[in-house]
Design a protein around this ligand. Structure first.
Ligand code: NAD
Length: 263
């Protein structure tokens, strides 16, 4: 399929896994990153920039059909940092899409928009947000921008509440939150290509036996039917699963001192 794609956060962990596959599918891409991208191909257009710089994001978006917006601080951090990278950055990406005529934005949201639900509770995108960090709250803002830019300007937007995108689950929490590389790539490709998506919010999670998040009609609209289940790694992971405790889905992110946000 022919798709002129801008990927932000092109130097990050997810991009490292995704870029070779996306390039195979769509050909050369525009890559936005703060520093040189090791995985860039000679034919890619690399724009070294901060997503907090609107003019630079507009320059990167010019000529693109779609933006895969991965850039941002992917963890809790002091508010000022979250503000620049995740809040201003998200605004700049949606605004650049509007100004340059980009058709679709796929936004890397996070499961931390609902991190304060108890482990073991089954929730879906229709449940109220309960962010566990400034990081999670910044992703709520990004999702809200997606709804706004869809309703007001007709931009097509898919926000993916990514769980834990890993080759294999690292700990017991990830028996619930794991998004395998195979399922994650499939979900992102469907989010980029499925016609007429309008505006969708979808949990990015594999078919885990212990999943906390329902994949409802939004995932069906994308034809997303994950194939991997973290359960096959359960025997290799030590310790009790958090469903058997009073813990919250966000794990350590719910702790007041986590991530240096408050001092
Ligand atoms: N990996 C996961 O399991 C996971 C889970 C939930 C959500 N996400 C989201 O997916 C996205 C990608 O995650 P990742 O694991 O690759 O994270 P990562 O930290 O490895 O990559 C993020 C990239 O964004 C860049 N970045 C940060 N601030 C920037 C700025 N102001 N301007 C330009 N670039 C900036 C960083 O330099 C980094 O290269 C993030 O938005 C993250 O919040 C990831």
């Amino acid at each position: 399929m022919s798709l002129r794609l801008l990927v932000t956060g092109a130097g990050g962990r997810m991009a490292q896994v995704l870029l070779p596959q996306l390039r195979r599918r769509y050909g050369p891409m525009t890559l936005l990153a703060r520093s040189a991208v090791e995985d860039a191909d000679a034919d890619d257009r690399v724009q070294l920039a901060d997503v907090a710089d609107l003019d630079a994001v507009i320059a990167a978006a010019a000529g693109a059909d779609a933006i895969l917006h991965l850039a941002g601080i992917a963890d809790e951090a002091p508010y000022e940092k979250i503000l620049a990278s995740n809040i201003v950055g998200a605004y700049n990406v949606f605004e650049a899409a509007r100004r340059t005529g980009v058709r679709r934005v796929v936004f890397a949201s996070s499961n931390h928009v609902t991190g304060f639900y108890r482990c073991g509770e089954r929730i879906g995108v229709e449940d109220a947000v309960r962010p566990d960090t400034h990081y999670g709250a910044s992703k709520v803002y990004g999702e809200a921008l997606g709804q706004l830019y869809h309703d007001k300007f007709g931009l097509e937007v898919v926000s993916l509440r990514i769980g834990s995108f890993r080759a294999v689950p690292d700990d017991h929490r990830q028996l619930s939150t794991w998004l395998s590389h195979r399922d994650g790539l499939d979900l992102i490709v469907r989010s980029l290509e499925t016609p007429g998506v309008g505006h969708l919010v979808v949990y990015g999670v594999s078919a885990n036996t212990r999943a906390w998040w329902r994949l409802g009609p939004e995932a069906e609209a994308l034809g997303y039917a994950p194939r991997d289940d973290a359960e096959r790694f359960a025997a290799q992971l030590d310790g009790p699963h958090p469903d058997d405790s009073d813990l919250r889905q966000g794990g350590i992110y719910v702790e007041p001192g986590y991530g240096g946000g408050y001092w």
